[in-house]
Ligand binder design. Structure first.
Ligand SMILES: NC(=O)c1ccc[n+]([C@@H]2O[C@H](COP(=O)([O-])OP(=O)(O)OC[C@H]3O[C@@H](n4cnc5c(N)ncnc54)[C@H](OP(=O)(O)O)[C@@H]3O)[C@@H](O)[C@H]2O)c1
Length: 232
């Protein structure tokens, strides 16, 4: 199954690309949000992110023990009992292939899912630990094929942590089974500078109805934690 995890403000802003640590700012530095993220990563076989999210978090590891260290031991034990390796695999989706080879996640062996055109250049420029897979012949990576590559490697639970463009591509093809959405109590507003919503690059309404069935609502202080099953 494929799940997605996101946080957004009351007024629907999920990213402020010009702002470092935009995710943490939007989440209002919520401990509960970090806990949910850690738990989702601990349950995932592979975490999938778009290159924009990596470029916005160059030091990102997408490991379960990072967002909420106080429960790191318990999450490690959870993975061990489920017969999973210590950390979920990390997959980066890119078509342009504009990735800095010094990103730690690449040094640690991330999978890079890209187009045939970019694959050769990336293989030559990225650290040997990173594995580059040419998923699609065209200008973009077919998101269904990207997920199929991960399933072909035995990864059953896939967690997409964004960003909005990758989520748009996945939702446009109905490839997300569940959405874990944190609604932070903040209002972000919009001005001249670009701010992204949850879904970018895919127009759903009015032509394509995609609705969530609300399967769980939790609250921590003024934050809401919503879990939707998608696809109706
Ligand atoms: N609120 C949240 O929970 C949350 C979660 C994650 C990220 N964010 C924020 O989102 C912002 C980045 O937004 P974004 O929309 O640019 O993020 P993104 O979806 O991670 O990155 C977009 C890039 O990913 C690659 N990509 C996505 N779909 C692709 C496809 N089908 N085929 C090939 N490549 C594909 C492309 O990379 P190339 O350009 O390399 O081809 C594209 O430019 C950052 O500020 C980040 O902090 C917020």
């Amino acid at each position: 199954m494929t799940i997605a995890s996101f946080v957004e403000t009351i007024d629907g802003v999920a990213a402020i690309p010009s702002l470092p640590r935009s995710h943490a700012v939007i989440a209002d530095e919520s401990d509960a949000d970090r806990f949910v993220l850690a738990l989702l990563r601990a349950c995932a076989d592979a975490v999938v992110v778009g290159a924009g999210t990596l470029r916005a978090s160059p030091a990102g590891s997408w490991r379960a023990d990072r967002p909420y260290p106080a429960v790191a031991d318990a999450l490690r034990e959870l993975r061990r009992r489920r017969g999973r390796p210590e950390h979920p695999a990390v997959a980066i989706v890119t078509s342009r292939g504009s990735l800095d080879p010094s990103y730690p996640v690449l040094e640690r062996g991330a999978l890079v899912l890209t187009t045939e055109r970019s694959a050769t250049r990336l293989r030559a420029s990225l650290p040997a630990a990173a594995e580059v897979v040419a998923v699609s012949a065209g200008d973009v990576v077919d998101p269904a094929d990207a997920l199929a590559v991960l399933r072909g490697r035995g990864h059953e639970i896939l967690l997409s942590e964004g960003g909005p463009t990758l989520l748009g591509a996945l939702l446009g093809r109905r490839l997300v089974d569940e959405l874990f959405l944190t609604l932070s109590p903040l209002l972000a507003g919009r001005g001249e500078a670009q701010r992204l919503s949850l879904v970018e690059g895919a127009e759903l309404l009015p032509g394509a109805r995609l609705a969530g069935r609300l399967v769980s609502v939790r609250r921590s202080g003024d934050h809401l934690f919503l879990r939707y099953r998608l696809g109706q």
